[in-house]
Design a protein around this ligand. Structure first.
Ligand code: 4NP
Length: 158
């Protein structure tokens, strides 16, 4: 395929819980559809607290349990990301407010709430970082599976 790759960036507050799961699941979804070579995919944080860190162990456990490979470390979003990526996905309304605030004028990326592509209409991927268990991570995984498929179907139709 000679067409330019489409580029998607997944964002959350810390880049150690939700956006790594969304990134890993989206990558696995396109790989399983044999269209992985058409995509460039990454994730990043709004904040800088966890830059260079691997995801939270509960995020890694959840991905492992579902056969989602993951080997990336946290980084913070940059101004260039807004002109490099075609799609930047936030996980909740606060992410969307922060993304809209940081986007340079006229930048290329479409800023999208990932949950808007959930056919079940569960629009917010809640932050599970302060939870005392892993249930929120499993829920984030399930939402990411539905939203990845939903977004790719949306792209095919548009
Ligand atoms: P995430 O979760 O945004 O899904 O990666 C968080 C991780 C860390 C923090 C907040 C949310 N923190 O404040 O350190």
């Amino acid at each position: 395929m000679s067409a330019e790759k489409k580029k998607a960036l997944f964002i959350c507050l810390g880049n150690i819980c939700r956006s790594p799961i969304a990134e890993g699941v989206f990558q696995k979804t396109v790989n399983d559809m044999n269209i992985g070579d058409q995509w460039e995919i990454d994730s990043a944080a709004i904040g800088s607290w966890h830059v260079g860190h691997s995801p939270d162990w509960r995020a890694l456990d959840t991905m492992k349990k579902h056969g989602v490979p993951y080997d990336n470390c946290a980084r913070q979003i940059t101004t260039e990301d807004f002109n490099n990526y075609d799609f930047i996905f936030g996980m909740d309304e606060t992410n969307m407010k922060d993304l809209n605030k940081r986007a340079p004028k006229g930048s290329k990326a479409k800023l999208l709430l990932f949950g808007d592509f959930d056919p079940q209409g569960d629009r917010i991927i809640r932050d599970p970082y302060y939870d005392s268990d892993s249930k929120g991570f499993e829920k984030c995984y399930q939402q990411s599976v539905r939203c990845s498929k939903g977004f790719l179907e949306h792209l095919q139709k548009s």
